[in-house]
Design a binder for this molecule. Sequence first.
Ligand code: T5A
Length: 219
Amino acid sequence: MSEQTVTKRGCFITVEGTEGVGKTTNIAWIRQCLLAHGIEPLQTREPGGTELAEQIRALLLSPRDEKMAELTELLLVFAARAQHLAQKINPALTAGQWVLCDRFTDATYAYQGGGRNLDKQTISTLENLVQGELRPDLILILDIEPELGLQRARLRGEPDRFEQETLAFFNRVRAAYLDRARQNPSRYLIVDASQPLDQVQQQIKLGLDNFISAGDTAI
Ligand code: T5A
């Protein structure tokens, strides 16, 4: 009988937060921290990550006259995710590669659940359908007063469909993120993103080093 080698699945790290919190800025830093440990992650983002999923992202983000129904938004988010998982995330994880993703399903619980007040059970049902048992191993939340994040984001140009939402919407999004972290603290790393960038990066490095040295790399 031939011996079969079982590859341990790669570790799945996601980065979350409200608008302009510094995800794009810090993902490059996270990658550097992982490379320093000899880990070369597949870096990707949601909504998006494949050609088709990026087209769904454009639908989700472009401002339009016709109001997008909340359920349409939720289903588009999960449609993009199903494509992303099938084409990119699952094959990489199965091959043992680490995946570093800018936003994932915590964003759905925060934006569609917290922001839009959609039923969490509906989100959970779609999560199970689309992801099976897959959940991120580490969720890094960059936390900031939404007002400050929006100021940073708006410096970059025209607001997208989400950035046009009210401050109350983003306060609900933030509260939903923090609530999820409180319910499952071992899986979350919360970083105070209002600090100067070098201090934010120090917090991230410390958290990642602890995570990697704990060897908690597969659920
Ligand atoms: N969405 C997504 C859902 O509703 N449901 C879902 O399930 C998913 C997956 C797009 C939208 O999709 C929604 C949520 C989003 O609204 P996105 O493109 O990831 O998702 O959203 P944004 O938050 O808009 O991402 P951005 O790229 O616009 O913002 P970042 O990446 O958080 O911020 P970044 O790095 O561009 O930084 C913003 C500015 O701040 C500066 C940077 O230099 C930059 O100018 N900055 C700092 N300044 C001072 N001090 C610091 N510490 C700083 N860090 C960064």
